[in-house]
Design a protein. Structure first.
Ligand code: NDP
Ligand code: BG6
Length: 510
């Protein structure tokens, strides 16, 4: 990660005694929560440790519970990446942290927070510009009062204020529009950062380069050559006590409507006029506008049941989670087929699959090419596939046909393989949240969701979600630890993706 111009400038303009000329405070709203402990504090630590934040940045936690910094540190401990020799730096990081407790729905708490921020700013860079970044790691039920109170009491008096909003951004078109209107009445678009952490992942950021910096892809990236695109998200665990939250949203809202749809946009969009955030987001919106709303016949919904002979958690189905309401029909798996009605993609199915409690952890984009026209090899050719493995073990590989090596005259399915752990051995890939938090300091909104993108995304999903909920559509059952319902494979085959099961891969070790 490069240091930002803004960060570099702020550092270069430090006064001779080392005090910064600008103060920066990062405020974690919901500091006592799960996201804060698992992701936000660990990422802030890494950014601080490696010098990717402006010098002297301070971190303030805010939540209802009474907490001390040692307690906060203890909660994050299992998630902090600390190597030998970094203990002193870690001490330094926590010495930059403070905590204020207060309610989310009363302005008094925010006035107290503001006083604490002013004190920090006056001590770090008296009379100098003071910038504030607020991270809303909070349940959606308090988004509105918290943003209202930030606006009323906590905006910086002498610098910028930026607000990072976590998903879910509403639960359908209407509620999302209400939230958008609310946020727009408080903040300017350039102050708002709607985070979708998939946009911070290495291979997702790679998509633009793979597509637009390689002459060999552009001419074949269309309906004439591509048969289907499959975008998959799988997790090998269930809702793990998070069932209460999950049940209100379901897998479509949790993963498909945001993370997977963002991937679809980056795969399908036209080349932007430039790599500026607005040009890229304009192209994403154009793709979304060409997708018609999903219908029931486009989807298969599933819910996991326990594996009777499984071990531990595998034995429990979704409905066995005590935090899930009895008889819930919330889907934990969904497969859906999208059609993009534009000149490039008309007729090419874009298939999404996502689910919890499946056989593996995997997120990937699979572009399957068409059959070879005028086959001279007696049906031996298999369709080429270009696969971008987002996680784990980031890789880009192209499944190709080759002559069997040696005296054999037959053919073999093999691959051109760019495995990151082999090719880029010494590079460590930052966590998605690290990149995105750094982007907020840089004022770079490229990897954040714009309000019109959000509105289009909800337009595609809202009628389906309402139908599922109003008619209480029962999902099909699938077993914990499997590949999901067979009905999903049938849907995908009907849509045109062909799976032969003839490919086998052996990992290279060096
Ligand atoms: P496969 O042809 O084995 O699988 C293709 C896809 O078909 C997968 O997405 C699979 O995923 C899906 N599938 C499996 N069964 C069915 C079915 N009955 N109906 C419809 N779809 C089905 O090729 P892969 O590209 O997946 O390669 C096999 C393995 O080799 C993978 O683990 C891959 O990661 C690995 N590999 C790794 C490379 C690297 O790291 N550089 C390079 C090349 C290969 P799903 O179960 O999710 O539906
Ligand atoms: C979150 C979802 O947005 O993404 C979770 O709410 C999911 O349910 C998570 O587990 C997956 O993120 P990652 O980065 O682990 O793939």
């Amino acid at each position: 990660m490069a240091k930002s111009r803004e960060v570099a400038e702020a550092e270069a303009s430090s006064v001779p005694d080392g005090a910064p000329n600008v103060s920066y405070v990062f405020i974690v709203m919901g500091a006592s929560g799960d996201l804060a402990k698992k992701k936000i504090y660990p990422c802030l630590w890494v950014l601080f440790r490696d010098g990717y934040l402006p010098t002297g940045t301070k971190f303030v936690g805010y939540a209802r519970s009474n907490m001390t910094i040692p307690q906060l540190r203890e909660r994050s401990k299992p998630f902090l990446k600390v190597k030998d020799g970094q203990e002193a730096r870690l001490e330094e990081f926590f010495s930059m942290c403070s905590y204020v407790s207060g309610p989310y729905d009363k302005v008094e708490g925010f006035q107290k927070l503001d006083q604490a921020l002013i004190k920090i700013e006056d001590e770090s860079a008296p009379g100098k510009p003071a910038n504030r970044v607020f991270y809303l790691a909070l349940p959606p039920s308090v988004f509105m009062p918290v943003t209202e109170n930030i606006k009323a009491a906590c905006m910086s008096k002498r610098g910028y204020s930026r607000v990072i909003v976590e998903k879910p951004f509403g639960r359908d078109s209407e509620s999302s529009a209400v939230l958008s209107r609310h946020l727009t009445s408080l903040f300017k678009e350039e102050e708002m950062y709607r985070i979708d952490h998939y946009l911070g992942k290495e291979m997702v950021q790679n998509l633009m380069v793979l597509r637009f910096a390689n002459a060999m892809f552009q001419p074949v990236w269309n309906r004439n050559n591509i048969n289907a695109v499959v975008i998959t998200f799988k997790e090998p665990f269930g809702t793990k006590g998070r069932g209460g939250y999950f049940d209100e949203f379901g897998i479509i809202r949790d993963v498909m409507q945001n993370h997977l749809l963002q991937l679809l946009c980056l795969v399908a969009m036209e080349k932007p006029a430039s790599i500026s955030p607005e040009d890229i987001r304009d192209e994403k919106v154009k793709v979304l506008k060409c997708i018609r709303p999903l219908e029931m016949s486009d989807v298969v919904l599933g819910q996991y049941v326990g594996k009777p002979d499984g071990e531990g958690e595998e034995r429990d189905g979704y409905l066995d989670d005590p935090t899930v309401p009895k008889g819930s029909v919330t889907p934990t798996f969904a497969a859906a087929v999208f059609h993009i009605k534009n000149e490039r993609w008309d007729g090419v199915p874009f298939i999404m699959k996502c689910g919890k409690a499946l056989n593996e952890r995997k997120a990937e984009i699979r572009v399957q090419y068409r059959d070879i026209p005028g086959d001279i090899f007696h049906g031996q050719c298999r369709r080429n596939e270009f696969v971008i493995r987002v996680q784990p073990k980031e890789a880009v590989y192209m499944k190709v046909m080759a002559k069997k090596p040696g005296r054999d005259t037959g053919m073999v399915e093999t691959e051109l393989d760019l495995s990151y752990h082999l090719r880029f051995k010494d590079v460590s890939l930052p966590d998605a949240y690290e990149r995105l938090i750094q982007d907020v300091f840089l004022g770079n909104q490229m990897n954040f969701v714009r309000s019109d993108e959000l509105a289009e995304a909800w337009r595609v999903f809202t009628p389906l979600l309402h139908r599922i909920e109003n008619d209480k559509i029962a999902p099909v059952q699938y077993q914990y630890g499997g590949r999901g319902p067979k009905e999903a494979d049938e849907l995908i085959a009907r849509a045109g993706y062909s799976y032969t099961g003839t490919y086998s891969w052996k990992s290279a070790t060096s």
